[in-house]
Structure formats: structure tokens, C-alpha cells
Design a protein around this ligand. Sequence first.
Ligand code: PGA
Length: 255
Amino acid sequence: MSQLKPLIAGNWKMNGTKSLISEFVTTFNSDVINDIDVLICPPSVYIDTFIQQKTNTNCILNVGSQNVSEQQSGAFTGEISVGMLNEVNANFVIVGHSERRAIFGETPELVAKKYKMSLDNNLTPILCTGETDEDREANLTFNVIAKDIDAVINLAGIESFKDGVIAYEPVWAIGTGKSATPEQAQEVHLFIRNHLAKYDDEVAQGVRILYGGSVNEKNAAELFKQHDINGALVGGASLVSEKFMTICQNAQSSL
Ligand code: PGA
């Protein structure tokens, strides 16, 4: 890892219970992990519960959302707004997860609006991007990623990556148990940094780039040895507090 403060983020997707929240607040109620940022994004109905539970504890977890509306408020059934996330003190938002793009039809332009809306309202957006198997076979990995990033730059400017986070998540590695190798991930992370550097080198060197896709307590340490991997976005292994803790400890000891 480079000098940037690592971020280990857990995406619970449509999983989790109130008792899992208690388990996480207990496990992370410690100051042992102190040089990295740690985040859990539970389903939105649990965000406030999670934050309430950790109040007056030493739990180091940040709590964020898996999605947000690009609109401020109004007749948008089923959506949640930045204002609501502000009110419950959430501080991060995942935008453009591949499941949102593939299942719910989110386009690079829509995701860029969500990214900007989050940033404009003091929420740190985590922009997910990554190629499918077919993209990789057709040598389109870099094109797909550049398109997602450029949609944000076109709408919000390169400076918007000063306070944001990017997560490289190859679709073929998500939930498959088949992580990218550390070298494969590093190659794409470096591409992302170099792509941003074409616009602004300082911004490029400062942005945290997370790797996501079958990260677990066994492969995390090797991934974190790569220079341009600044943390992880973890799905399945973020549902078991000990596994997630091990990943965080690996990030901490990689510094
Ligand atoms: P996974 O999911 O760790 O279960 O592969 C990663 C993600 O979707 O963010």
C-alpha cells in the first residue's frame, strides 16, 4: 500500500439483522484498529439502528449507505435521499455498484449524478467500476473503467475525486470466490491512477482506490501489498465479524 490511509468497507447487500449489528458493534468496540478507516454499509433500514447502537461506545465503525437517490426529495417511491442520510449521520455512500448497474439499469451518467449529489452534501461517495468477463476477453477493461470515471469528471470535475473514493470491482470476481490476482488488480488500479493523472496529478495521487471482488480473510494480505491498492470493498466476508476484523488487521499491518 502507498501512504494513503486505507479504507476497509463492508457491503452487506440485502443481508443482515439487528443481532448482526450488535455483533459488529461489540467486535469493533476497540481501539486496536486505529490507523485505518473502517465502514459498514448495511441495508438502509438499519443505518440509523447501527449508528444509534454505536453511540457512546468505542466502536470505530463508520456507517454508510449502499445507494442514494440523485434527487433531493419528492415523489420517488422507494428511494432515500442525501438529506435523510445526513440526518441519521451516515457518512459514506456506495454509488454505481455493479449490481445496481446490471440489475437496476443505472447508467454511468446516473451514477455520476449520485456521486455529485453525495459529495455536495458532505457524504463520501465510493464510485464502483469494473469490467465483466466479456469486457475483459474483448480487451475492453480500461475502456469500461474510463467511461465510468469520465462520466463523473464531466459532471463534477476532476476535483471531485479529492474527497471521493474509487472501488475497482471486476464483475467476474464478485461473489464468485474467484478474486482478481494481486497483479491483475494492481494493473487496473495503476491504470485508474494514471487516467486521473491526465487531468490532475495531485488528485490522482491522493485518491483511495479500493479493490473489491471475493476479498476474504485469506487473500487480503497479499492484495494489500500492492502499491495502488488502498483498501477493500468486501461483500460476503463482511457478514462475519471475525473475518472482517481479520481483513482490517491485515490492512493495518500492511502499513
Ligand atoms: P464479494 O462482493 O466480496 O462477495 O465478492 C464484493 C462486492 O460486491 O462489493
